[in-house]
Write a new protein. Structure first.
Length: 154
């Protein structure tokens, strides 16, 4: 199997960052480029019961989230991915699983590395569900191999 591009979608949670060592190892082994993908919150899926937010409010929040995510992604690159031959950062907004599928195609990814659980399972010491909702969708729909990382395994 030839791996030139690895897609690492992360929600920047402690659980998802635990995949960094796997990403770094695989990128080093294959001398592959790493696409570090952050999908910003789809605010419109949260406002149905409360009415429509103003466009200015949405833009303000999305700008704030993007700025903070970019800083954290840069920190992750510097601290966690030192051995990667090439890293590119992508920030998008929308449904995480949908945007990951789009990125696989757009970036011509050969492999996806993803944690089995992300933000929703950060403060638990055991996980009852086999996979989180995003990981489950990615596994089911990905046209390329998916390398799963269990964040609770030492």
């Amino acid at each position: 199997m030839e791996v030139r591009t690895i897609l690492w979608p992360t929600d920047l949670s402690k659980n998802s960052i635990k995949a960094a060592k796997n990403v770094e190892s695989l990128a080093e082994k294959y001398q592959a480029k790493v696409i570090l993908l952050y999908v910003g919150t789809d605010l419109m899926s949260h406002f149905g019961a409360y009415g429509e937010p103003t466009p200015e409010y949405l833009q303000h929040f999305q700008k704030w989230e993007t700025e903070h995510a970019k800083k954290k992604l840069e920190s992750v690159c510097q601290k966690e991915l030192k051995a990667c031959p090439a890293i590119e950062v992508r920030l998008v907004q929308g449904d995480a699983a949908t945007e990951i599928m789009k990125a696989i195609e757009k970036e011509k990814a050969d492999m996806v590395v993803i944690s089995t659980h992300g933000r929703g399972a950060e403060n638990v010491d055991h996980i009852s569900a086999e996979f989180g909702s995003v990981a489950k969708k990615v596994i089911a729909k990905s046209p390329v191999p998916v390398h799963l990382v269990n964040p609770l395994k030492k």
